[in-house]
Design a protein around this ligand. Structure first.
Ligand code: NAD
Ligand code: GLY
Length: 379
């Protein structure tokens, strides 16, 4: 733990990407100290805060106050609180505002919200004047452990999510755990799905010093959901550390390393797509179900022991996440996965666990195994 200024404590993780390196700060009370955490070289850049009405109402005043800048140097744009904001229309609105304030000095963009705000405003930052500095201030659990880190920024097309985008790293990621207190339970669960995913990726690895994250999480589920100070700080920081390491290994997702972050996602996308990305199940819940299916595929392939699969399923069940395929949808899920395979990738590359804390990539899983696992996972 790194003590920082007198009145707050935080953990710092560095994403080492040569000249694009940056720090992730994780702690409590960071929003009140934001002017100390944004790199000082941007002290004179005009600021555009991109946020949405929900976050602005709950936490906007705290952010503006703690920036300690004259009023005319801070501009705010609120985008619609919806995945639909990852659109050309919202992108253009942000660009228009950047153009209003940024003709003399490149503006500093602050992405203040969940993954939607982070993705669309990061994409605007990546492209306006061939790139302006931006800082991620993620306010959902999912955004703190995942979307704010690693520089994947994008908007959606009607055909699929994130089809127009870039890799563009922020100058800092500031995760104030206090803002999570206003999150609804569904959004905590959303983040929990991704947190359990990290726990299945690494265990006791020398250069990623996160110990046995799966055991930490399993022992602390109630504390996690109650956002107990020490616990949430340690676990969010460990997840950030894992994401940072994976990004360092494969910044541009081309070396077959970053793909491991997709554990559970192939199945999850099919389920989310079946429900048309409605709020019925969050992404994290679908990832949880996807990890169970991935474990069972691995079991059928003889790559993981039954006892480990049981442990994975138990942790997901105890977290209250989705652990069975909703009744009657198996055949549709199989069709969607078949469609994705034919029209998007040509082949499906599954990330599968072969232990708790260890995964492998397999593109040769027989379709019959996939079908069987999906059907057997129905309620
Ligand atoms: P979101 O941004 O829609 O936020 C979820 C909800 O929580 C919203 O209604 C939001 O207004 C609300 N909210 C945010 N902070 C709050 C707070 N502190 N208190 C109360 N309510 C708050 O969803 P998300 O799950 O954060 O992000 C999902 C998006 O992230 C998707 O578009 C997904 O594609 C993207 N994503 C990107 C990456 C990446 O690497 N770039 C990774 C994962 C997900
Ligand atoms: N969320 C997947 C990635 O960052 O690669």
């Amino acid at each position: 733990m790194i003590p920082c200024y007198n009145h707050f404590i935080m953990k710092t993780i560095t994403v080492n990407l040569k000249e694009h390196s940056y720090n992730i700060f994780v702690g409590h009370g960071l929003l009140q100290n934001i002017s100390n955490l944004i790199p000082a070289k941007y002290d004179k850049n005009p600021i555009l805060i991109v946020t949405n009405p929900t976050v602005a109402k709950l936490h906007g005043e705290d952010l503006v106050k703690s920036l300690k800048r004259p009023k005319d140097e801070i501009h705010i744009i609120q985008i619609r609180d919806s995945e639909r904001s990852k659109s050309f229309e919202t992108y253009k609105r942000i660009i228009d505002d950047l153009q209003k304030i940024g003709q003399k000095t490149k503006p500093l963009l602050l992405a203040f919200g969940g993954g939607v705000v982070g993705d669309v405003s990061g994409f605007a930052a990546a492209t306006y004047r061939r790139g302006i500095p931006y800082v991620q201030i993620p306010t959902t659990l999912l955004a703190q452990v995942d979307s704010s880190i690693g520089g994947k920024v994008a908007i959606d097309l009607p055909e699929a999510k994130n089809l127009v985008g870039a890799f563009y790293q922020p100058k800092a990621v500031i995760c104030d755990l206090d803002v999570l207190k206003t999150l609804p339970l569904a959004e905590i669960k959303n983040g929990m799905g991704e947190i359990i995913k990290y726990a299945l990726l690494y265990k006791n690895v020398k250069d990623i010093n996160v110990g046995n994250l799966f055991a930490d999480i399993s022992d602390n589920l109630t504390n996690m959901f109650e956002l107990k100070k020490e616990c949430i700080e340690t676990i969010v920081a460990k997840c950030a550390q894992i994401k940072a390491k994976v990004v360092e290994l494969d910044e541009f997702d081309e070396k077959d390393k970053r793909i491991i972050l997709n554990l559970g996602h192939t199945f999850a996308h099919a389920v989310e797509s079946y429900f048309q990305y409605s709020k019925k199940y969050t992404h994290g819940e679908c990832v949880a179900l996807g990890m169970i299916l991935a474990s069972r595929v691995s079991l059928k392939m003889g790559k993981i022991s039954n006892i480990k699969v049981v442990q994975i399923v138990e942790a997901i069940k105890r977290s209250g996440l989705l652990s069975v395929m909703p009744k009657g949808i198996s055949s549709e899920i199989i069709k969607i996965m078949d469609y994705d395979k034919k029209f998007i990738d040509g082949k499906t590359r599954f990330v599968l666990p072969n232990d708790i804390g260890k995964v492998y990539v397999d593109e040769t899983v027989p379709i019959d195994v996939i079908k069987q696992v999906i059907i057997e996972s129905e309620k």
